[in-house]
Design a binder for this molecule. Structure first.
Ligand code: 5GP
Ligand code: ZN
Length: 112
């Protein structure tokens, strides 16, 4: 996906502030943080959104949560939120699936 921002970041073509990387997942600091901790968890495989996820992605998507949990522990986050925006009406702006790991402040529920 040559024009996909997160594919290009994962390929190292665009700079990012990396928090964690392995062969399947990349974690970077969000360029426009909405919390003291705002990390994007990005599977390297190009999947547009959660709309496209099926049983073939079970292991990968579970793995993303394992990484989220590990980072939250390493960062000592007391409470944290893991968010996926799927579709433009839900706030998705980059159409390569990712989860926001948010922490370091209080969050309200329900969200706006
Ligand atoms: P979405 O709105 O799709 O759920 O989240 C996309 C996120 O990507 C936004 O929070 C936005 O600030 C972040 N973002 C957009 N462009 C870049 C970029 O070039 N680098 C980084 N690190 N984050 C970006
Ligand atoms: Zn992509």
């Amino acid at each position: 996906m040559e024009n996909c921002l997160f594919c290009r970041i994962a390929a190292g073509e665009i700079e990012s502030n990396k928090v964690y990387e392995d062969e399947r997942v990349l974690a970077i600091h969000d360029i426009n943080p909405v919390a003291p901790v705002h990390i994007l968890l990005i599977p390297k495989e190009h999947i547009s959104s959660l709309h496209e996820v099926d049983e073939s992605h079970t292991e990968l998507m579970g793995y993303v949560q394992v990484i989220a949990a590990r980072l939250a522990r390493e960062l000592g986050l007391e409470g944290f939120r893991v968010v996926n925006n799927s579709g433009a009406t839900a706030g998705q702006s980059v159409f390569h699936i990712h989860y926001h790991l948010l922490g370091g402040r209080d969050f309200r529920w329900p969200p706006g």
